[in-house]
Design a binder for this molecule. Sequence first.
Ligand SMILES: C[S@@+](CC[C@H](N)C(=O)[O-])C[C@H]1O[C@@H](n2cnc3c(N)ncnc32)[C@H](O)[C@@H]1O
Length: 743
Amino acid sequence: MDVHDVTDQYFQLINRQKQMLLEAKKRQGQRPSDRKSKEHLYDTFMLAFMFRAKKEGHLVHSSFIPPAYLPCTTPMTGLRPVAIKDLQLETHHRGTYLLLRSITPPSRMTAIMAIMEDENGDAIMLQLYQQEDESARAAADIVDVGTILLVKEPYFKVMGDGEYGLRVDHVSDVIHLKSDDARIPTAWQPQLMEIDRSAESLKIEGNLAFEESRYWDAITAYSDALGQPATTNEIEIIKRNRSLAFIKTKQFDAALSDAGFPDFNFNPNPPEKAMFRAAEALYNLQKFSECCQVLELLCTNFPHNSQASMVLTRAQSRFLEQKTGVYIFKELQAKAKKLRPPHLDHATYIGPVEKKQTESKGRGLFVTKAVKAGDLLLCEKAFGHAHADKGAGDGNKSSSQISLLLNPETNQGVMGAQADLIKLIVQKLYHNPSVASAFTALYHGNYEGVTTSAVDAEPMVDTFLVERIISFNGFGCPVSSLTSHTEACDQYSTPAEKPTEQEAHHSCGIWTHASYINHSCISNARRAFIGDMMIVRASRDMEAGTEINFWYHNPDGISEKDLQKKLKHWGFVCGCAICLDARMTDAAVVTKRQKLREDLKQGFSSPVLHLIRTKKIERLLDLLNQTYTQPAEDVPRLLLWDPQLALARIYAAQNKAGKSIESVGKVLTSLGFVVVGADPSPTRFAIVRWGLLVDRLVETFLHARTAFAAIGAREDSERAEGYARTTFKIIVGEDSSFHTTYK
Ligand SMILES: C[S@@+](CC[C@H](N)C(=O)[O-])C[C@H]1O[C@@H](n2cnc3c(N)ncnc32)[C@H](O)[C@@H]1O
């Protein structure tokens, strides 16, 4: 993940956590004799609960990923009960389950916590991780006073504060029991029997909960109703109602099934509502073709349903995007600017690409036909996207959105919305198993998860597999590459001084198709973002069958050693020509280059006469150029192009068109381009071979446009503008904002 890596800053914290884990491990298997009484745990928890409630909203979350363990794969019938008093520290109690009842309300930190008791009256702190956000589902919906649940294969451990507790990382390891479940002990059963538990009264209860936006309660009531005797007609109505509640809670697989899709229960004239629910679910599952089919039938059978025809128009637009890759990018930019989180209602387009095995990088993505620089390869909606406001973590009021995620097992520390992304994807997989395989098929290193995806007919999600996949495949992203492009170019104020800090993104996501693209510093594609859409365009012309590569981390402005450090957690060392050349370069040459860049910096800031100054700069650039031995088209000269551009800028300001064009040609050559006509000769200006696509290339081509125009080479000027526009399109993802950005 190319997000804000803070491993170095939090090295000590990671080490401290490792030490704590080692200490805790020494107690493995112990049955602690100093467990606190139920009363003590209750009092302490409630005090902290009240104190925390007052401070709510100003929490900066930090969390440690514990050593990975597998979710429970044993069916309930194969598990035996265990009691709190029998739990052993630092142990996963495989083959058992613990029956618990909550004696406190929940407290939400990184996990949802509550004090639970067992049948013997012993109590324990329970921590439930990876649950939905408060905005999606209130913590009290998950656990509250009186909630009875089963924890499968409980993990008993020493917690951060030295107390003992249960930690549950896999959402499928907890089963909530309904009030009539036979496993509930008599003493915990409700004293008063409810009067009316008929399907009809439960349906009404569900409807009421739905009207009050208590969708989870509505689902429980409808599900209870379906457990009671009812006519076929009643069952269908309850299911249709539940289907809508499933849609509201993003459980689209279940919504589709409740709507009766695909055969609508063999009904040749499916009910209007059933079709509408199915269409909504299909839309959200991005199945636009099937969605259009259902809506077309709905509009034919019920021509007065204006909402259906509106949704059909929307679904048709998505279907068209999916088929053709034609988007109204201006609209996408406008939506990304306005929406928070910037999740856009648009479809994924998969261009001329296919997944194949590479020789040494695992699987990769290849073009299936010849493409030109600028061509669209992918325009992909994120499978999951977690947004963190820019500036979050800087002490402003958005700071609660940012978190620190530390993994002592992989020695990694990242700052941003990753913790949210893990949670979000765990929930998506848990609630929509039909989409899981696109995610679980992604690269996950040597992590060996479970081979099954369901237990007791319920989906099973391995949180640690999700974390591993995100770590290897996630990308940090700006809200819009248009903004980051303009910011990157504005930042470049001092000539010959590369910006040292590359932008660290706090928002992040997973794009399951783009995830097959391997890294190379000498890339032939670039990714851009508009909201949660990733746009991948070719940055060079490619033959059919070429492997697509983009850089995971920009190689410009960073030493080879630091770059490998950034790439380390992906588990490979870049073997591209730039990196190999850097490794072979003598230390004396490195020092010489540094010295020349220092001299150039001084040269640019020198107040001496222009002519003397540019002459000196030319000489220094020439010396710097001579330090490279490999042809620039094989090994781009990353320390040369930016001072060369600074010189082109000076010539442009001095209206020295010829010199400006010559400098532009040198910028392009140092970036690995092969160009012709970058001089006042009659040869037409053209790119024979594209090179590295840095942000300031747009400016470079625009200098050429102006200079060619000044010498009356109109055609060359137009061509230079065309290249500027193509470059902009590759970097930003689209070119509809080209003229407003570069007036
Ligand atoms: C996002 S995945 C890319 C797809 C992956 N190759 C696969 O088989 O699914 C990232 C992983 O691909 C591999 N990879 C990517 N670029 C590589 C490179 N330049 N050299 C070697 N391995 C690379 C590494 O294992 C990395 O962790």
